[in-house]
Design a protein around this ligand. Structure first.
Ligand code: GLN
Length: 188
């Protein structure tokens, strides 16, 4: 999704890869496995440092779990970055609702965004300074705090690029006006 919007994309697997990026997507997957891999790859400390320094990050689903301050129903030894003050419950939508799709009303978007939820975490609490941009029933599903954006769903699976576009603009990677090319004029 990011590549389709223009920026160069690399996979971050080592601390050197991390040094090379100016914004980071922490994808879905399995947060306990990702936690172990972050440890083994030596990424845990450098990533915590970059996050503390304001690296723009988009965490989706398992990525959101890793960025949370509190994890309910996680593994006791699961790492978390506490990059924003939210409490998430892993697999919180239960068995019947484990995976579902729902149209979301997102703050700042003119028409609904298709939300694809796959064994998604439930956001149970949000702390001070967290902006809730979309909710399903009473639970936030899209939140932002400073340079950190998290979604309990998978915006990359819906074919709708508006959330990535907004996030990349906010991250300063994509110019907000990139859709409307301004003529180049000479400056004196
Ligand atoms: N259930 C997964 C976890 O606990 C997250 C699922 C996902 O990323 N789609 O990490």
């Amino acid at each position: 999704m990011v590549a389709s919007l223009g920026p160069k994309v690399i996979e971050v697997r080592t601390p050197a890869d991390l040094d090379a990026v100016e914004a980071l997507v922490m994808p879905g997957g399995e947060s306990t496995t990702m936690s172990m891999l972050l440890e083994r790859s030596g990424l845990l400390a450098p990533l915590a440092e970059r996050l503390a320094a304001g690296l723009p990050v988009l965490g989706t689903c398992a990525g959101m779990i890793l960025l949370a301050e509190e994890i309910v129903d996680g593994r006791a030894d699961q790492h978390r970055f506490s990059a924003l003050p939210i409490t998430v419950r892993r697999n919180g939508y239960g068995r019947q609702l484990a995976s579902f799709e729902v149209d979301l009303d997102v703050a700042g978007l003119s028409h609904p965004f298709p939300g694809v939820f796959i064994r998604a975490p439930v956001v149970e609490q949000v702390g001070a300074g967290v902006e809730v941009l979309a909710s399903v029933e009473e639970h936030p599903v899209l939140c932002r705090s400073g340079s950190v954006t998290v979604a309990s769903f998978h915006p990359e699976l819906s074919g709708d690029s508006r959330l990535h576009q907004g996030w990349l603009s906010l991250a300063g990677v994509l110019e907000e006006s990139s859709a409307v090319e301004e003529p180049v004029t000479e400056r004196h």
